[in-house]
Structure formats: C-alpha cells, structure tokens
Write a protein that binds this ligand. Structure first.
Ligand code: MG
Length: 400
C-alpha cells in the first residue's frame, strides 16, 4: 500500500540546495535531476565493469556494481513508496552509493587504503617520498563512501561552470554513509554545516539516506547467496543451517515437493527478500510512530529509525557472518583477492614513480598530492582496465 509523502520525508521544494546555484528545472524536481545526473555520469557507466564479489570476467551472470546499484534502487523505491518517503531521492542515493568503489571490490579498496596509509602525505616522511597533502584532499587512507562523494563533488567533469555534478545536499548526505572524524572535520572546514557535520554532532541522516543504506544490505545479502550458489562455491545444503534461508526453503519444498536446483533457490531467495522488505516497513512504521516524529528536524535528532525488527536483525547478521566465512573467504575467492591486491599495490607504486603515466589533471581541477592523484586514478578504474594497465606496465598477466 502506498503512502502519501510524509511531513518528515525530504521534500525537494525544501532542499538545502546545491553548492552552486542553478535555476529550477521546468519539468523535474531537484531529486529527479540528481538521479538523472548520476545515471548520465561516466562513473556510473564504469560500474558495469566493477566487481561486486566475483571478478567481472568470471561469468556474465554475476552481479556487478551496476546491477547491484539497480537492485538497491529497486528495493529502496519500493520501501519508500510504502513508507511515504521521497522515492526519487532514495533512487538517486542508491544509484550513486557505490560510485567511489575501486576495481576488485573490497580487495581493491583494502589494498588502496593500505597504500595510502603507508605512503600518505600525512605520515612523517623522512625520505621525502610523499609530497604534502593539499587543503583540497581528504586525510590519509581511502574511504569508499568519501570517494563516492568526491566523484559527485569533484571528479566528474560534465559541466562548464563547476567540477562534479552539483547534487543537492540531501543526495550528498545519503552518499556519505560513513566518514572518519578526521575527514568529517576536513569536510566541515570546507563546507561549514554541510555533509560532514552530522558525524561530529551525532545527528542522524534523513530517512531516505537510512533507507538506501538498509536496501544496500538487503540487496547484497540476497544476491551474494544467489551468486555464491551459481558459482558452485556455496551449496544449497550449506545454506540449510541459516534460519533466514531455511525457513523459506522449507516452505517452498512443502508447497512444491518436486522443485529442485536453481528454481528452488530463486523461489526461496525471492521470499526471503520479500520478508525482509515487509519487516523493514513494519518495524520502521512502528519506530516512527513510537518516536512521534513530525518533521525532518525530528528525524535528525532521533537515533536511526529505519531498521529491521530485532529478530530479523539477528537473522540478517547470521547471514552476513555465513557469507563472510563461506563465500568472501572461500579459498577460490581468496586467490583472486590476493591477485587483486597485487595489481592495485603495484599500480600504485608504478604510478607514483612514473607520474607521467597518469592522465593530465583537468584545467579546473584542484591541486592534489601525487598520492591522492594516483589513488583517484586507480579508484576510477574498472576491473579489466586495471588488469590491462597492470599488464602493460609490468608485463605480467595475473588473471589469465
Ligand atoms: Mg552497495
């Protein structure tokens, strides 16, 4: 059942605005414009060749960051409509939430983070290996949420008048799901009262931002099971020990005793997804009513109000733990993870020693340390581009 837009939802007519003033569009609200800007960005198109769990070349049917983002947007829109939240805003956040991800999923991100920490401009550097950090760049290390914000704020070059996509505050706030204190302070210095502030003041983000976050979790829990079984690394038998999956699988077996294999899996996952969506809607409605929120300001002053019931939270956590030990740390996945780490680390070191291999900075780009330029370049790569660059620069082919 759909609800009208609630008074505590974000409303594009009351948006806190864009960093650069732009006239209103004649036919679209401000959050629709943000969604459209994300879809037309080059970082969005690159998501199709970025890994979720399985490397892009391992099979055509595995999720990529692009299909993952579309699934998050679908789940988010569906729940938003039911709760009376702003669908276009949830969609814009969902489609943009992974724009800053490196190639090779978490393996690439961990490797880039380690490189930046080891060679960061913040670190005392007696050998003078690193040039100093400029005021235009975050502190040492790589945070993918912050990088997603950098993509939409700085790195996309589509407008004559400014760097980035100039998205609304509400969309940028949703993209910056987590942020270290050091980087929140840095953001606050550049944009007082902006998207870094809530990490310093302990306020909650909008319900639309909370929802995009939950939809992300629901989406990857379900599709990683699907991809895990499809790859042969997980078996239906292993999944039987998981309460959340087993309950639905049993019900499906009872209703369709002859059903086996993929259709049994898909029917069970489909029901599991639906149950999680209904659970979020029911528990969030109850939490909103109990908190008595009336306005967006009330929402910000409350703890996070969009959540699973405590039962479902436990089951979802058990599912995550299962995926961590049986899929993400599966020996076959770990082999690829190690290769990905090597590609990213070697690329980092090579570009650092040979900056002429980096693309020229755009005319209007802010001055950055070499470390950050290297990190931005690598983070923007697709899996296959990173593999090709690594082969070109080292002569090695790690993924053949
Ligand atoms: Mg995600």
């Amino acid at each position: 059942m759909n609800s009208p837009l609630q008074p505590y939802a974000c409303n594009p007519e009351h948006s806190r605005g864009r960093r650069y003033l732009q006239e209103a569009a004649p036919t679209r609200n401000e959050f629709q414009r943000d969604r459209d800007r994300v879809i037309h960005s080059s970082a969005f198109r690159r998501l199709v060749y970025k890994t979720q769990v399985f490397l892009n070349h391992e099979g055509d049917l595995f999720r990529t960051r692009l299909t993952h983002s579309l699934e998050v947007a679908q789940l988010g829109r569906s729940i938003a409509r039911s709760l009376g939240l702003h669908e276009d805003l949830v969609e814009a956040i969902a489609l943009a939430h992974d724009l800053g991800h490196t190639p090779f999923g978490h393996a690439g991100q961990d490797a880039l983070n380690a490189c930046l920490h080891q060679f960061a401009p913040d670190v005392e550097d007696p050998d003078g290996w690193c040039d100093p950090r400029t005021p235009h760049e975050p502190s040492g290390g790589f945070e993918h949420n912050l990088q997603s914000l950098r993509v939409v704020d700085e790195l996309e070059q589509r407008y004559a008048d400014f760097n980035g996509l100039n998205l609304c505050f509400e969309t940028r706030e949703g993209i910056l799901k987590h942020c270290s204190r050091a980087n929140a302070l840095w953001l606050e210095g550049r944009e007082p009262g902006g998207v870094g502030q809530r990490f310093l003041s302990g306020q909650s983000p909008s319900l639309e931002a909370q929802l995009a976050n939950l939809a992300d979790e629901i989406a990857y829990n379900a599709h990683d099971i699907d991809d895990g079984v499809r790859s042969g690394l997980l078996s239906l038998e292993q999944l039987q020990g998981l309460e959340l999956f087993e309950r639905h699988c049993l019900a499906v077996r009872q209703r369709y005793p002859a059903l086996q294999g993929k259709r049994l899996l898909y029917e069970s996952i489909r029901r599991m997804l639906t149950e999680q969506v209904y659970d979020v809607i029911a528990s969030s409605r109850a939490a909103l009513a109990a908190a008595g929120v009336q306005t967006l300001a009330d929402v910000r002053a409350q703890p996070v109000l969009l959540h699973f019931s405590s039962d479902m939270r436990q089951q979802s956590s058990a599912l995550k733990r299962f995926l961590m030990s049986h899929l993400y740390r599966h020996p076959q996945v770990m082999v690829q993870t190690e290769r990905a780490r090597q590609v990213v680390t070697e690329l980092y070191l090579i570009y650092h020693q040979a900056p002429e291999e980096l693309p020229q900075p755009a005319d209007a780009a802010a001055p950055l340390s070499l470390c950050r330029r290297v990190a931005d370049h690598i983070a923007g790569m697709t899996d296959r581009y990173a593999i090709r660059e690594h082969t070109r620069l080292t002569g090695q082919s790690l993924f053949d």
